[in-house]
Ligand binder design. Sequence first.
Ligand code: SF4
Length: 176
Amino acid sequence: MRSEWGKQMSQAEMTSDCSRCVGLCCVALSFQRSDGFGHDKVAGDPCYHLDTSFRCSIHARREALGYDGCGEFDCLGAGQRATSVFSTRNWRRDPAVARQLHARFSLLIRLQEMRQALIEADDLDIQTELNDVRQELLDRIIFLADTHHDSIDGPAAAVLAEAKDFLGELARVAPH
Ligand code: SF4
């Protein structure tokens, strides 16, 4: 069970910081025109409303203009991590590098979501052996989410699959 200090530290690691991101959620993700988004957008194309400083040009009017879904999205810190990994690479001029950046962002969203689920599982009353597995999976995910190494796709896919199975097992055995 986490201490209050541990909870605050975990929360800090899961908090998005748009000031250290280059608008990745407004570029890398796809959207369909719907109640929460005003136009169709394919993954990799910048939103019409993203300005050259990677800020939303309609931020104060998003709801009025039909983009209230943007405010509901939370990358859990994937944006600043992906931006940091690619900070010395020429993704602005090289579309192939930009695609790598967007792929890293998408993978980091999945890692951060699983990181959050495993952190929250610490509040469950589970056996020591299961908690050890939870901690081992969490440590692997934290390493991959926070590293600047290039080759994380394989290890990330493996740990995400293991963690998904683990959470499924936990849902069966943990007291409700
Ligand atoms: S409307 Fe603004 S916040 Fe939403 S995707 Fe476009 S630029 Fe980003």
